[in-house]
Ligand binder design. Sequence first.
Ligand code: APR
Length: 250
Amino acid sequence: MADELAKAVAALRNAKTVAVLSGAGASAESGVPTFRASDGLWEGHRIEDVATPSGFKRDPALVWKFYNARRANVKTVQPNAGHYALAAMERHWKEFTVVTQNVDGLHQAAGSVRVHEIHGSLRRTRCTQCGIIRDRRLDVLAELPMCVDCGAMLRPDIVWFHEMLPPDVWQHAERAAETCDVLLVVGTSAVVYPAASLIPIAKQQDRASPATVIECNLTQTEASAMADIGLYGPSGESLPKLCAELGIPI
Ligand code: APR
């Protein structure tokens, strides 16, 4: 770990442009549950039931119950030391971008500004009919919230399985991966695509100099084979350690 930390510090010292790909593990120390429990359930639900368009069509009340519970949970949690370290890094580098699969808003709560939420946000609703997107913050919503503009049913503005990512947000994410000198891959199992494809994009061999990929995770993952450096342990510890070594105040 000491060697890997030194290598990570050296790579970051030389980097002009840094990108982050974060996943559920980045928020784990804040008390937000991660997704891939060994029983294949997601807080007691099958993913197909609560995170697919067909699940929503079948039982919108169940899906809203699930998301209203997640919204209520996120209201009670705070960013952790890892989120604050990334926000401090953003203040240090001119070009620093967070691409997150998380929908909890904790990067922004910690002070990160350039954040691309490729899987949407728990705060927002989208009308199933007129498509209007509204930031509802974490206010309590009805059991089956309806659109004030057209009266149709709202859905969470979350990207579910079998759905496309919002093209503009994805474009920013790809650009961040294509142009970074270092990609920090934090707390993701790297099994969900296209998010995980940002790692090979950063390492594309036809670039003049491929990015250095640093994985920060509790364990090895699908990303590990592509990572140049691995910092294995809680990101709430490894990211502040990186800041300390780099002399970045948090
Ligand atoms: N520090 C670092 N990593 C951690 C920590 C921690 N404290 N706790 C857990 N992890 C790691 C786990 O080892 C795991 O590799 O975080 C990862 C969490 O993986 P997933 O639960 O699969 O979450 P994620 O990769 O974000 O999932 C991607 O899947 O269902 C969808 O849309 C959902 O955005 C989500 C996507």
